[in-house]
Design a protein around this ligand. Structure first.
Ligand SMILES: [Zn+2]
Length: 1010
């Protein structure tokens, strides 16, 4: 367990209490040693090392600090990371895994205690003599930072607040916001009136503002006879302003703060931004929209921009005559022609506020007193029907599932023509990328349909989980997002069973486990990192929630969720609140909190080894870790999970089956009722662990697959394949045994196990191919042909069959064509020719459309035709497939042109760039090219994208050449230390090393098998 003492906390308390009028040390003091499993209270970490010494300006901040700031801005969300970084730097007693003081030996602890004492004395002295400087002593990794006492505002005056997070002495109740964006000049003017309530006497109101030019500020109160002008101090380092009140602000009183300001519409995808698009007459048009999560509401209006400061909002937008507007709430009036007013919102967080100024069209449908509308560009209105039906059905589902009505009278889902993320759950006004909302029968494939449905299901789940009940601080975002991802699957399974999303969820678990088994993995709830890293955790959390749901049974789980949402409606929560709500339901029979904490606070997941002897099953757990050092497979012995084991046996027929057993020790013995022929653990892979059996039991299972595969469910069969290859990865099982297991595939008819086998073989293919062992690679393909040849031959070039059959066809034919199996290439080229001859009017089967385009893009002629079709197509689904095909060419000039054009953002939208780079870098020469492109345009890229999506897109190719790896590493290290520490970078590098190791170990077996 990472359960460490918390002696650093008192030190912080002292530091805080010195400089604040209202020391909110309560939060810090509350938790010290009560919950040894609680992760660092990252959110309460004061920006203590930001305290500036009077006389020293911000520009003299030490370099590390600046680095934090810039990389934090870059990462959008990684501001949480700053405080963690500081923690591991400054107060090294913490559990941080990379600080030099991370393992608190007795000696370290003693030293730290002494240092603490010294620090306390030093601080006391400073407290008395506030003008002097001191150097903090501690278990630093390096740099002894100069502590600076007062932050300075831009005008040189003392800024009265030193922390990154706002004080809680003043809370917002209501915002009256008037905005006037000018889509021609890109400027906007704003005026906000914020009603605040004073909790503790103060002379200042501290709130957020970023890049706003404040022209006027006044304060009024019921007791005053007129509004008084106030001074506004700015401290851009924290995006904060301080309003200096003319009199003390009294407890319990309400005040109204009025601020007039102006700013520019952003040309990134973040904040209040502007994008251009072509309308139905191919004329250039402008649209303004918002993306506030996580920290950009402050760049549209001054506000208390933290999720826990919920308030009501009344929004008015002044606009040009030809535009229309949307916001979270329904429009109440169109006053005159230029100002739209929206009704008052419910209590909500600032990051969920949204508004759009555009010329979009919509279709609508009413359900249960809520008007659901889908908005898109007029020429795409034909593609919104699927989204409308889906949204209505899902909205109905969630209201029933949560037993809480959707509280707004309207719900708008809007397709934005240029959008960075997949979608954003703004309350009542959800924004989407066009590919995640629009569906076109003729060009959208089975997978596209699933994607649209999934994204809508995810965003709708947020209307409750996230919007109605919000995490108190961003460090619990994993819970919000993990839950929405989990609900996305539950909702789709119930509402659209024909989409067979349970198999999709299974695939997600396979993928997630692969990442989580790396050394670079992190505990879910420690330091929250960049948005990408948080995203990676969502899938783990979703998988863990599934395990919990299966263990406590669906009804209890649902009751727990309902309980949680009811208890905290319109409020803010921490992850513990969810487990507490569940515990109210389990009522002492199971401590959900205790169980879940073992999964959330430790990194990775367990490997369970099962040995069967007669009626006894001996089970044992350790950490499952893919490690580069072969001698050290089993890592830290201190890892212990509470694992809800599930298993099935040859005699499984009673209602108790599958059986459950909670393994909360290192090892245990389970007694069976009777002797059985075979036993399989982790039924349907609902649990988040890998299982290893004794030699005999593996052989029995392999034999069972061969003789009677349907004795096991399809998910169990897919799981066995995934599981055995995972074990090969850590050297527990020989590669030959895994291949031996695959031999049963000739009799397999279900897509889940076949897809999984194909996935594993593809990994091996890539491994040998990229090592230049073409001969061996060809033999892998031969082997696949032998195992799956009949299935490949059976495929038709149509859209017939169930969804899972159609998806399987997509995968198998794409594989066959790219490896020149059978007559795949010929058929695809033939279809492309016909399509081209018809000038793109002949409809192609959607599931193989990409394969056909890819075959066609191989010739200059075909490529150019495809490009011209790309620019004229109105279906994003089709364009997406075309673009992938265009980027799959081997012609270097074309690839460079594609990347360059997308960077310019005109002919190919800038939102596609990360996808293009990812596709281009799939081939080795393309990889080098993409790499050069990223390096050359680095500054432009990070400015536009704000986050590091690009980098993730680039790095996520697991099979990079080792030489490139070194380059990548050096490059990111040269950019910023923080970036090179990113999980995706670490993962990429670790994966490469693991692959090399894998080859060393398995090459012989591979040659033998082939
Ligand atoms: Zn989400």
């Amino acid at each position: 367990y990472p359960s460490f003492n918390r002696i650093q906390l008192p030190r912080n308390m002292i530091e805080n209490s010195m400089f604040e009028e209202e020391p909110d040390v309560v939060d810090l003091a509350k938790e010290p040693c009560l919950h040894p499993l609680e992760p660092d209270e990252v959110e309460y970490e004061p920006r203590s090392s930001r305290l500036l010494v009077r006389g020293l300006g911000e520009n003299e901040m030490d370099e590390d600090e600046e680095d934090y700031e810039s990389s934090a801005k870059l990462l959008g969300m990684s501001f949480m990371n700053r405080s963690t970084g500081l923690r591991s730097n400054a107060s090294g007693y913490s559990q941080s895994s990379d600080g030099s003081c991370s393992v608190p030996s007795l000696r370290t602890m003693v030293v730290c205690a002494v240092v603490l004492l010294i620090a306390v004395s030093v601080i006391m002295v400073i407290y008395l003599l506030p003008k002097c400087t001191f150097t903090k002593e501690g278990c630093h990794k390096k740099n002894h930072t100069m502590e600076l006492i007062y932050p300075l505002a831009t005008n040189g005056k003392r800024f009265p607040w030193a922390k990154n997070r706002l004080p809680s002495n003043v809370v917002p109740l209501h915002y009256d916001l008037i905005l006037q964006p000018n889509l021609t000049t890109t400027e906007f003017a704003g005026s906000v009136q914020i009603t605040v309530n004073v909790i503790q006497v103060t002379w200042n109101i501290i709130l957020h503002s970023s890049g706003l030019n404040i022209t006027k500020a006044t304060l009024t109160s019921a007791g005053w006879n007129q509004a008084k002008p106030v001074e506004v101090l700015e401290y851009p380092v924290h995006d904060q302003i301080a309003v200096v009140a003319p009199d003390a602000l009294l407890v319990g009183q309400n005040y109204t703060l009025s601020i007039d300001y102006s700013s520019n519409l952003s040309d990134t995808y973040y904040g209040f931004y502007k994008v251009s698009y072509k309308d139905e007459h191919a004329e250039k048009r402008w649209l303004a929209a918002t993306q506030f999560e996580p920290l950009a509401a402050r760049s549209a209006f001054p506000c208390f921009d933290e999720p826990a400061f919920k308030a009501t909002f009344l929004i008015k937008i002044k606009r040009d005559e030809q535009h229309s507007t949307l916001s979270n709430m329904p429009k109440v009036q169109l006053s005159g022609i230029v100002q739209d007013e929206f009704s008052m919102s419910l209590k909500m967080s600032t990051y969920l506020v949204a508004f759009i100024v555009a010329n979009l069209k919509n279709i609508s449908k009413e359900t249960n007193r809520t008007l659901v509308s889908i908005y898109a560009m007029p020429q795409k209105l034909g593609q919104v029907e699927h989204a409308l039906d889906t949204a209505v059905k899902l909205l109905e589902f969630y209201q029933k599932y949560f037993h809480i009505e959707y509280p707004l009278q309207k719900l708008d889902l809007v397709a934005i023509p240029d959008f960075q993320a997949g979608a954003m759950e703004n309350w009542g006004l959800i924004t989407f990328r066009e590919t995640t909302l629009l569906y076109d029968d003729k060009t959208s494939s089975a997978m596209d349909k699933k994607l649209v449905t999934a994204v809508i299901a995810h965003e709708l789940a947020h209307q409750w989980f996230g919007n109605l009940v919000t995490m108190e601080w961003w460090n619990d975002l994993w819970l919000n997002e993990g839950f929405a991802t989990f609900m996305e699957y539950i909702a789709m399974e119930r509402t659209f069973p024909e989409l067979q999303t349970d198999e999709e969820f299974l695939k997600l678990r396979f993928k997630t486990m692969m990442k989580d088994s790396l050394n670079a993995s992190r505990p879910i709830s420690s330091a929250v990192q960049s948005s990408e890293q948080i995203e990676e955790m969502f899938d783990t959390v979703a998988s863990l929630l599934l395990m919990l749901k299966k263990y406590i049974k669906h009804d209890s789980f649902q009751a727990g969720i309902e309980n949680y949402l009811h208890n905290h409606s319109y409020g803010s929560t921490r992850s513990d609140d969810l487990w507490d709500s569940m515990n109210e339901i389990t009522n002492g029979t199971l401590d959900v909190k205790k169980l879940m904490k073992t999964w959330i606070l430790q990194k990775g997941f367990p490997l369970v080894t099962v040995k069967r002897k007669g009626k006894s099953l001996y089970v044992q757990q350790e950490r499952f870790l893919r490690s580069v050092e072969s001698e050290n497979w089993t890592s830290d012995a201190s890892y212990l999970w509470h694992i809800p084991l599930s298993y099935t046996t040859s005699n499984c027929s009673s209602f108790l089956c599958p059986y459950a057993y909670l393994l909360d020790q290192k090892s245990a013995t389970i007694e069976l009722q009777e002797e059985v022929k075979w036993v399989k653990f982790n039924v349907d892979m609902n649990g988040y662990y890998i299982v290893h059996y004794a030699e005999d039991d593996w052989n029995t299972l392999i034999n069972l697959l061969r003789t009677d595969p349907i004795a096991l469910s399809t998910k169990d069969r897919a799981h066995l394949i995934n599981n055995i290859f995972s074990l090969v990865g850590i050297g527990k099982v020989s590669l030959l045994k895994a291949f031996h297991l695959l031999d049963y595939l000739e009799n397999e008819n279900h897509t889940a196990p076949i897809s999984q086998a194909l996935f594993q073989l593809n990994l091996i293919y890539d491994l040998v191919e990229k090592r230049g062992m073409q001969n061996l690679a060809a033999r892998v393909v031969d082997r696949v042909k032998k195992l799956l040849g009949s299935k490949i031959d059976q495929q038709t070039w149509t859209d017939n069959g169930t969804l899972s059959e159609r998806e399987f066809r997509s995968t198998v034919l794409a594989f066959a064509c790219s490896h020149h199996l059978g007559n795949c290439g010929t058929t695809a080229t033939e279809l492309f020719k016909e399509w081209k001859a018809s000038n793109g009017t002949k409809s192609l089967p959607t599931d193989v459309m990409k394969t056909v385009f890819t075959a066609g893009a191989k010739t200059d002629d075909g490529w150019e035709f495809l490009l011209s079709m790309y620019t004229s197509s109105v279906s994003e689904a089709e364009k997406h497939k075309m673009l992938e095909a265009l980027a799959s060419t081997e012609d270097v000039r074309k690839l460079i042109w594609l990347m360059q054009t997308s960077l310019e953002g005109d002919l190919i939208r800038a939102q596609e760039l990360s996808h293009i780079i990812a596709t281009v870098s799939q081939s080795l020469p393309g990889h080098l090219l993409a790499w050069d492109f990223v390096k050359e345009n680095w500054e432009k890229l990070i400015r536009k994208w704000h986050a590091l999506n690009l980098e993730t897109a680039y790095i996520s190719q697991p099979e990079m050449h080792i030489f490139l790896t070194l380059q990548v590493k050096t490059f990111f290290e040269s950019k910023s230390e923080k970036i090179s520490q990113l999980r995706c970078v670490k993962e990429a590098i670790e994966t490469i090393q693991l692959n090399i190791k894998w080859m060393e170990r398995n090459l012989a077996a591979l040659q033998q098998w082939l």
